[in-house]
Design a binder for this molecule. Sequence first.
Ligand code: COA
Ligand code: NAP
Length: 262
Amino acid sequence: MRASFDYGGCNVMVVGGTSGINLGIAQAFAEAGARLGVASRRQEKVDAAVAQLSRVGRPALGYAFDVRDAPAVAAGLAAFAADAGPIDVLVSGAAGNFPAPATQISPNGFKSVVDIDLLGTFHVMRAAYPHMRRPGGSLINISAPQATVAMPLQAHVCAAKAGVDMATRCLALEWGPEGLRVNGVVPGPIDGTEGMARLAPDAASRRRVIASVPMRRFGDPVDVARVCLFLGSDAAGYVNGAIIPADGGWSAAGAPLPLPGP
Ligand code: COA
Ligand code: NAP
């Protein structure tokens, strides 16, 4: 059975949408007919993503900014709304991660991850708010199993993503009355991504991850993208404040990460 959605005439912005899972999400919306905007720090990644997305759908738009820079985020999202029109779906997925024991995470290392994942998400949500189509707009934060499952070497990410999930729920309460829905998606271990390369860098740790997933496979970006297509659509018209895993049951099973050492 095919899951198909029609996003013709819709404007979709994916922040952090220039690689990995988020680029897969952007691609799925482009294939469904949406006008795409993507943003991230590096202009060359933005340009490459815009070229890729424009090959599958309507001409895409790109913006280079750092989610830690609130005025730059506001300017970037205002530019997309000026160029394309009201935003129907906003996906916020920029994130940073490195595995390290807490004793090896400097104050600035912890701050960097919290600034990108948590403050950055808030900057994006807050900047998108005035430009969202209302009623009917859909905001989607990309979370992680770390938000609810404690993991070694991930104190900074666990703290930041837990905050992201709570911000998702709070904004769902505040913006729901205007017909804006705010939800989260929790990817599991997604193959071929920067995140997984950092957390499971060798064959042995990859095997251990697969063995720990109830569905016994890595996910693909399209597995996450399909949940975003649902959340952005009228099919999810009464779904607000939900945080939906697309993880093959990994977080239900405790999402165990391989530990370093023998
Ligand atoms: N172990 C311990 N500390 C680390 C580290 C590691 N592997 N990598 C970076 N840090 C520390 C740095 O030492 C620095 O702290 P210091 O100033 O006390 O020395 C701090 O983190 C910031 O590093 P910097 O490289 O200046 O930050 P940045 O803003 O350029 O990059 C990161 C942010 C560190 C999160 C970087 O990994 C990044 O840009 N990641 C984006 C891609 C990614 O993580 N994708 C996966 C998403 S799940
Ligand atoms: P990725 O390819 O590294 O994607 C991160 C994106 O964010 C890139 O486009 C990156 O581009 C951008 N970005 C990073 N820092 C930024 C900043 N400060 N400002 C603006 N943009 C920034 O990683 P991924 O593994 O696919 O992860 C994508 C999302 O899924 C993240 O939210 C992550 O937490 C979540 N997730 C991933 C997995 C997994 O298995 N990979 C599992 C669970 C959750 P630039 O470098 O150009 O800025």
